[in-house]
Design a protein around this ligand. Structure first.
Ligand code: ATP
Length: 688
């Protein structure tokens, strides 16, 4: 008798689909810090999988391992059921994985097309690659609502559009699995809505998305499943439909978290900050502040709402001593110089003005300096810190350790460089420095950007505590939730002007949305059901329609109002010369200098018509003098590293030499151009 049994024929359609991504037992340590401990996770294809966790929980590290940015100490990676080695990002791209980092890696003075093909050119001649990319981009734009002008230069695009370019880059490389690290941290609500529509479209087309975010609302709205990380471990994975924001917050932090701000009504006293007719024109001749007047009293929080780029940043920069302006500003009744002597950041701090800048990397911290050094910047000439030529290092370190403890900075190690802390912990270092100085007025920009839910609760409590102690607080945030829950009064900025002021209890997101679009007659304006869900284009159209209607109505009695400048179109019109046609092009200098320090750095990029050298290698630290100007023999500070990176595009190559960003007084620092490269040293800036 023939006992052989024929193997059952498996119908490939009925075979179980392997996970798009499966990680098994991934571990990774940075020196003594165990960033990932034996992590296993499985993500179904065609789904959006959220990853949440406190700052420093190890989310970015895990995803950087998956993208080949870091090498795991142990563990396996499976892509579509196949064990896959991912030693570098090229291998990740080959495996169909794309990543959009928190800090974009676009070359600022290249066009969208040039950025998209960079590193994925079809041959030495650029033209065919550019033509092919143009066609693909057109198709992707139609399929996924990823509209971007292919010929626009990156530095002229809004943050939301730059992010679309990052997504386009990944899709152009045929990524089926897309990792997004904190993608909405820098987006306006409308931009975030647009992004989620894009992600939904991608999911419908069968792409798999891994989304790292601190925003539980996003997790609840867009993900299918969610994993929670805590202190390097994966503690739970749940179906989104079977959980709640409260439950997720508790799983993340290990205790119940108050998801709303608990505060009593404000008791405003005397005016601390008085601003009249503040005007600022930038170096391109564009008027960024058009006669701002406002007042902040002791014991109250004035929240400034607005779509990013409408002058809020410039307002904070002028008041914080980073940019010069005209007008009148008084602090505690005394005039504040708006240019020349006494208008710098240190003088502002000496006048009792604390400042948490919107961008901690460019203006809040010196990334290569240790945490303890960063806790005194801006206050380093204070006699309590500096006696004669000497600084009390031991005292500063002890104080820094105590501040880090109070602000729950993890790890609470003052000797670690700022760049080796996770984003949220870097933010806590800046907040600790500014809040603990007990300022009369605190200027605070985007206080909880990239910060976890437990830390948000803590930061909000600190802001309220300062207010209740009688301090004046000027808050700028693109998070309407944050504006609503913290502010005692809300002013809305549009196109360099204050469009109106409202009390949080007497307004709505809809009304603020209209003001943010420049529509002041909110009572009569057509109110869309959910203006915050409008796209930028829709917001712009709404503003234009309103302006048109107003102009028509006023035409008979008065001259029509000046049409608001559309910065984006305006900027896009000033396109620099194409890189292809230029022999030598200077990349924009990152002009961010956190404090008044002697400018000893240089940033220069040359694009020469020659083949690029091998993979970029960070140069050893350059012999640049430390950036604090003190004659303090005992202070031992790390010199800002000089990094040289090379990139190539067809026959063009570029070398970027860059040391710690220094910043003269300019209103809007440009982001540092960074091509997509793997960092050699894992001790370097984690954000790449
Ligand atoms: N390049 C590095 N060198 C040294 N330590 C690092 C490096 N990158 C990350 N770490 C440390 O590893 C831990 C995990 O960091 P990771 O950035 O993965 O956290 P995260 O969950 O992404 O945090 P966040 O939400 O704040 O972005 C942190 O303690 C961080 O300080």
């Amino acid at each position: 008798m023939n006992t052989a049994v024929a193997a059952p024929e498996t119908d490939p359609l009925l075979a179980p689909v392997p996970p798009a991504i499966q990680l098994k037992g991934i571990s990774k340590a940075f020196g003594p810090v165990q960033a990932n401990k034996n992590i296993s996770i499985s993500v179904k294809p065609g789904t959006i999988h959220g990853i949440i966790g406190e700052n420093g929980a190890g989310k970015s590290t895990l995803m950087s391992i998956l993208y080949g940015f870091y090498k795991a100490d142990s563990g396996q990676i499976f892509v579509n059921g196949q064990e896959t080695q991912i030693p570098d990002s090229q291998a990740a791209i080959k495996a169909g994985i794309g990543m959009v980092f928190q800090h974009f890696k676009l070359v600022q003075n290249f066009t969208v097309l040039e950025n998209v093909i960079l590193g994925a050119e079809d041959g030495p001649l650029l033209r065919p690659s550019l033509n092919k990319a143009r066609g693909v981009l057109k198709q992707l734009a139609q399929e996924y609502e990823l509209n971007v002008d292919p010929d626009a230069v990156i530095e002229n695009l809004s943050v939301g559009h730059q992010q679309r370019v990052e997504i386009l880059k990944a899709l152009y490389r045929q990524a089926d699995i897309l990792i997004l690290d904190e993608p909405t941290g820098v987006l306006t609500p409308a931009e975030a809505d647009h992004l989620f529509r894009i992600l939904d479209n991608l999911r419908k087309e069968g792409k798999t998305i891994i989304l790292i975010t601190h925003k539980l609302r996003e997790i609840m709205n867009v993900t299918d499943t969610v994993s929670v990380m805590r202190r390097g471990e994966m503690t739970a994975t749940v179906q989104t439909s079977e959980t709640s924001p409260e439950r997720l917050a508790e799983m993340m932090v290990g205790r119940k978290v108050l998801l709303r701000v608990d505060k009593t009504p404000a008791k405003p006293a005397q005016p601390v900050l008085e601003v009249e007719n503040l005007r600022l024109t930038d170096d391109k001749g564009v008027e960024r502040l058009k006669g701002i007047s406002l007042e902040v009293r002791a014991g109250e929080i004035l929240g400034i709402a607005g779509v990013a780029g409408n002058g809020q940043s410039e307002l904070l920069e002028v008041l914080g001593g980073y940019a010069e302006a005209t007008g009148t500003v008084r602090v505690n009744g005394q005039p504040l110089p708006l240019s020349g002597a006494g208008s710098d950041g240190q003088s502002r701090r000496a006048r009792g003005i604390g400042h948490v800048p919107e961008d901690r990397h460019r203006a809040g911290l010196i990334m290569s300096f240790s945490a303890w050094e960063n806790t005194i910047f801006g206050y380093h000439r204070d006699p309590k810190i500096q006696t004669g030529p000497l600084m009390n290092n031991a005292g500063i370190k002890a104080e820094a350790a105590a501040k880090m403890e109070r602000f729950d900075v993890r790890p609470p190690n003052p000797n670690l460089s700022a760049r080796n802390f996770s984003g949220g912990n870097q933010q806590k270092i800046v907040l600790a420095r500014e809040i603990e100085r007990n300022p009369d007025i605190l200027l605070i920009g985007q206080p909880t950007r990239g910060v976890d839910i437990g830390a948000i609760e803590f930061i909000h409590q600190q802001i309220i505590r300062l207010r209740d102690e009688g301090k004046a607080i000027l808050l700028v945030s693109v998070e309407l939730d944050e504006i609503f829950s913290l502010s005692d009064r809300i002013a809305v900025m549009f196109d360099g002007q204050i469009m109106g002021e409202r009390l949080p209890d007497e307004t709505s997101e809809q009304e603020l949305g209209l003001l943010m679009a420049g529509i002041t007659d909110t009572a009569h304006a057509h109110m869309p059901a959910a203006p915050m869900a409008m796209t930028e284009e829709e917001l712009q159209k709404a503003a234009e329609a309103e302006a048109e209607a107003e102009a028509e109505a006023e035409a008979e009695t008065a001259p029509a109002d000046e049409t608001p400048v559309n910065e984006e179109t305006d900027a896009a019109a000033k396109k620099p010369e194409s890189a292809e046609s230029a022999d030598v092009v200077e990349l924009p200098v990152p002009e961010a200098k956190p404090f008044d320090v002697p400018d000893k750095s240089e940033t220069k990029t040359e694009i020469a018509t020659e083949k690029a050298p091998e993979a970029p290698q960070p140069a050893p630290p350059a012999p640049v003098a430390p950036s604090i100007e003190v004659s303090t023999a005992p202070v031992s500070v790390e010199a800002p590293p000089k990094v040289t990176e090379s990139i190539s595009l067809g026959s063009l190559s570029a070398t970027i030499t860059q040391s710690a960003p220094q910043r003269p007084k300019t209103p809007e620092p440009k982001p540092v151009a960074k091509p997509e490269t793997k960092q050699d040293s894992e001790e370097s800036d984690k954000d790449g």
